[in-house]
Design a binder for this molecule. Structure first.
Ligand code: ATP
Ligand code: MG
Length: 493
C-alpha cells in the first residue's frame, strides 16, 4: 500500500494562487477549485455517496466536471466517465454493468436517461443542502480512482479500472518526457470522459499547471489561444490536427507553443509532413484507456527520420513485440505487449477478460506492430482487423492511409472480404470530398502506384458515411454491411 496526500488538497496547499482551470471566460485557482470541490463533496454526501461506491459523470468539458471529479476523490468514490455521445441504451448498459449508484449529468443531458432514478442533474445537485463530511486526506495508489469503458471498436465495451497509481505514473512519465515549464497551459479539447482528456486533469493537479477547457473542439478558438501564447501544449487526434492546419493557413505558431500531442489512432503521413513543413512540434503517441494515456511517444526531433513511428516507451514503461509466445526480432510484426505502473490492473468485474489481457504483468494490447533496430515502435493495426490474403498479412490502416493521401478522398475504411482464390481480399469504402470526382478505377490506379498488388483493394465502394462509434473511431467490422446486397465482390486484381 502506497499512500499519497489527496492531490487537490496538497496542490491547493502548495500553490493556492496558481490558475488551475479556465474555459477562456471563467478561471479558477487551485484554492478556488479546492473550495468548489469541497462544496460538491458535501452535497454528494447529502445524497449518501460513500467511499468505494461508483458515481458516474455524464458531462461535457466544463469547470464543474473537473470540480466533481475532485469532489468524488474527496469522498473516496470511484468515478465512472460516461461518453456524452452514447444513446440511452448504451449508457444504461454501462451503468448496470458497473453497478453505479448515481449519475451526475449536465442539465441538458440528464433527460437522455429519462426516468432512470439514478440520475441527478448538476442543477439539482447544486440545489441540495450540504452535509458534514470528512474529506479524505490521502489516496492509496492501488485504489481504483476512475473507470472508463473502452470504446468498443472491437467488441463489447469493458470497464477499464484506472488506479490513482496509474494516473500518477502516467503524469510522471509524461513529465519526464515533455518536461514541465513555468508558463505551461494544456488545452483539453478532447473529451474529459476519454483518457486523453482526463489525463490532463490529473497532470494539471499533479504539476500545478493550468488547463484550458473547450466543451467541444473549436479550431478557431484553439488557434487564437495558441497564437496568443495562452496554450503551450495540446492533445489532439488526427482529424482535429487536420482542422487546425486548415485554420492556421500560411501562418505559424509562436515559439511558446511547444507540443502537439497526437494520438488515438494512426497518423496519416501527409498530415505529419504538413506539420513538419509548418514547424509544428508534433509528438506522436501510442496509448489506450488501459495504459491511462500515452505509453509510447515520439519526440519531434525524430519526426522526419522516424516518420510514422509512435516512438519509444515512456521512462516508467516497457514494451516488446511478441509473436507465437516469443519476442519478435526487429522489423518482425507481432502483438504489442506493454508493462508499467500506468497499466490497468484489469477490467471491472471481468476476471476472465483481465486474465486473457494481462499475463505476468504484461498487457497484451491486441495491436500489431514492430520495432526497428533502435527500438522505435511502428503500429500496424489492430489484430482483429488484420486481413490475410493469400498468406500475406494486409493491414487496413496502411491502405486507408494511401487512400486518404488522395486529394479527392475525405474518409476511407478498409476491411477483408471473402475470396475463393485468396481467402480474403481487401475492400475499401470511401467518402469523397464534396464536388470530388475520382472514380473507382482512378483510386485503384492510385493505390497500385503505391502499394503491393495484394494490398490494392479488390473493390472500392463510394459511401456517404462510414460507421463510427461514439469515440468517432472507425468500426471496420461493420463496413461489410455497406456492400450493396446484389453485389458479389470481384476477384482479386
Ligand atoms: P476497444 O478496446 O473497445 O476496441 P479502443 O481500443 O478504440 O476500444 P481506446 O483505448 O480509446 O479504445 O483506443 C486505444 C487504441 O487506439 C489502441 O489500442 C490502438 O488500436 C489505437 N491507437 C492508439 N494510438 C495509436 C497510434 N499511434 N497508432 C495507431 N493506433 C493507435
Ligand atoms: Mg482497446
Amino acid at each position: 500500500m502506497t499512500m499519497m496526500p489527496n492531490w487537490l488538497k496538497q496542490r491547493a496547499f502548495l500553490t493556492p494562487e496558481r490558475v488551475a482551470v479556465s474555459d477562456g471566460k471563467r478561471s479558477k485557482t487551485f484554492a478556488a477549485l479546492h473550495e468548489a470541490a469541497a462544496v460538491w463533496a458535501r452535497r454528494l454526501a447529502r445524497v449518501g455517496v460513500k467511499e468505494g461506491e461508483i458515481v458516474a459523470l455524464l458531462m461535457k468539458n466544463r469547470i464543474e466536471m473537473v470540480e466533481l471529479v475532485h469532489a468524488l476523490f474527496f469522498l473516496g468514490a470511484r468515478v465512472l466517465l460516461l461518453n456524452v455521445r452514447l444513446t440511452a441504451y448504451e449508457l444504461g448498459w454501462q451503468l448496470d454493468d458497473s453497478g453505479a449508484r448515481l449519475v451526475i449529468a449536465d442539465n441538458d443531458l440528464a433527460g437522455r436517461l429519462g426516468g432512470d432514478g439514478r440520475v441527478l442533474s448538476v442543477e439539482e445537485l447544486a440545489a441540495l443542502p450540504e452535509a458534514e463530511v470528512d474529506e479524505k486526506e490521502t489516496c492509496d495508489l492501488d485504489d481504483v480512482a476512475t473507470i472508463m469503458y473502452t470504446s468498443g471498436t472491437t467488441g463489447a465495451p469493458k470497464g477499464v479500472m484506472q488506479t490513482y497509481g496509474n494516473h500518477w505514473w502516467s503524469a510522471v512519465g509524461s513529465a519526464l518526457n515533455l518536461g514541465v515549464q513555468e508558463n505551461d497551459c494544456w488545452l483539453a479539447a478532447v473529451p474529459l470522459f476519454h483518457i486523453s482528456g482526463l489525463s490532463i486533469v490529473m497532470r494539471s493537479v499533479i504539476y500545478g499547471m493550468p488547463m484550458r477547457l473547450q466543451p467541444s473542439f473549436d479550431p478557431e478558438e484553439a488557434n487564437d489561444w495558441i497564437m496568443r501564447g495562452e496554450v503551450t501544449v495540446m492533445s489532439v487526434v488526427a482529424a482535429m490536427l487536420q482542422r487546425l492546419l486548415a485554420v492556421l493557413g500560411d501562418a505559424r505558431y509562436p515559439d511558446t507553443f511547444r507540443c502537439m500531442l497526437l494520438g488515438g489512432g494512426p497518423a496519416p503521413r501527409p498530415l505529419l509532413e504538413a506539420c513538419k513543413d509548418k514547424g509544428i512540434p508534433v509528438y506522436q503517441t501510442y496509448g489506450m484507456t488501459e495504459t491511462a494515456s500515452q505509453i509510447v511517444t515520439l519526440a519531434p526531433e525524430y519526426s522526419l527520420t522516424k516518420l510514422g513511428s509512435a516512438g519509444k516507451p515512456l521512462f516508467p514503461a516497457q514494451l516488446r513485440i511478441e509473436n507465437d509466445g516469443k519476442t519478435a526480432a526487429p522489423y518482425e510484426a507481432g502483438e504489442i505487449v506493454v508493462k508499467g505502473p500506468n497499466v490497468t490492473k484489469g477490467y471491472w468485474r471481468r476476471p476472465e477478460a483481465t486474465a486473457a489481457a494481462i499475463r505476468d504483468g504484461w498487457l497484451y494490447t491486441g495491436d500489431i506492430g514492430y520495432l526497428d533496430e533502435e527500438g522505435f515502435l511502428y503500429v500496424l493495426d489492430r489484430r482483429s482487423d488484420l486481413i490475410i490474403s493469400g498468406g500475406e498479412n494486409v493491414y487496413p490502416a496502411e491502405i486507408e492511409a494511401v487512400l486518404l493521401s488522395h486529394p479527392d478522398v475525405e474518409e476511407a475504411g478498409v476491411t477483408g472480404i471473402e475470396d475463393e482464390t485468396w481467402g480474403q481480399v481487401p475492400c475499401a469504402f470511401v467518402r469523397l470530398k464534396p464536388g470530388a470526382a475520382a472514380d473507382e478505377e482512378a483510386l485503384r490506379a492510385f493505390c497500385r502506384a503505391r502499394l503491393a498488388k495484394y494490398k490494392v483493394p479488390a473493390r472500392i465502394y463510394f459511401v456517404n458515411r462510414l460507421p463510427r462509434n461514439a469515440a468517432q473511431k472507425l468500426l471496420r467490422r461493420e463496413l461489410k454491411t455497406l456492400i450493396p446486397a446484389e453485389e458479389k465482390p470481384a476477384s482479386h486484381p
